[in-house]
Ligand binder design. Structure first.
Ligand code: V0V
Ligand code: CO
Length: 142
């Protein structure tokens, strides 16, 4: 069901500073920057590699405010790894299958993610303490 690791989400206090650090340290480049009001984040995707069905990225996340998922995470745990996101071919089918196995879905339907993706989150308490995101990429232009 899982095609690849789509991205790792990293919570940070200052997006511009963290982008500069990742570019200087790992030689990766930003391919997308967006504000996602629904998710309460300002985020950047830094390209790592290409894989089946889409690329692999580092997603740097700065909260839009304290009362957001990433804002609360930073207050509780500080900067660091926030979530892991797996690429899937069909997000609705994956949500049905995973939800049917007893894992709580944090989204009843797919939401809008970075770069035109459809995304859905699984409760970290049901995935061994790991906030997990499913990602379906838009079809590639042929
Ligand atoms: C919270 N917990 C986590 C966690 N955040 N555990 C692992 N990883 C995380 N990131 C734990 C927390 O320590 C608590 O455990 C428990 O879950 C409840 O957390 P809470 O602080 O009370 O916070 P809640 O319940 O208000 O919210 C937690 C959840 C929330 C995970 C439900 O953050 C959520 O709905 N996240 C999904 C949306 C999201 O994260 N969006 C931002 C990324 P203890 O202390 O009780 O044991 S947006 C994105 O990735 C985009 C746009 C993309 O394109 O990829
Ligand atoms: Co993400």
């Amino acid at each position: 069901m899982l095609l690849r690791i789509d991205h790792v989400g990293i919570a940070c206090e200052n997006l511009d500073e963290k982008i500069a650090y990742y570019e200087a340290t790992f030689g990766v480049t930003v391919v997308s920057r967006e504000v996602n009001e629904e998710q309460g984040v300002k985020e950047a995707m830094l390209h790592v590699a290409d894989g089946e069905g889409g690329g692999s990225y580092i997603q740097l996340l700065e909260p839009l405010g304290p009362d957001t998922p990433v804002g609360k995470f930073l207050a509780k745990r500080g900067e660091g790894l926030h979530h892991i996101a797996y690429g899937v071919r069909d997000i609705t089918a994956a949500m049905e299958q995973i939800g049917g196995s007893g894992v709580r879905l944090l989204d009843e339907r797919p939401r809008h993610g970075a770069m035109g993706t459809s995304i859905a989150f699984l409760h970290p308490k049901d995935v061994g303490g790991v906030l997990t995101e499913l990602v379906e990429s838009p079809p590639r232009p042929s």
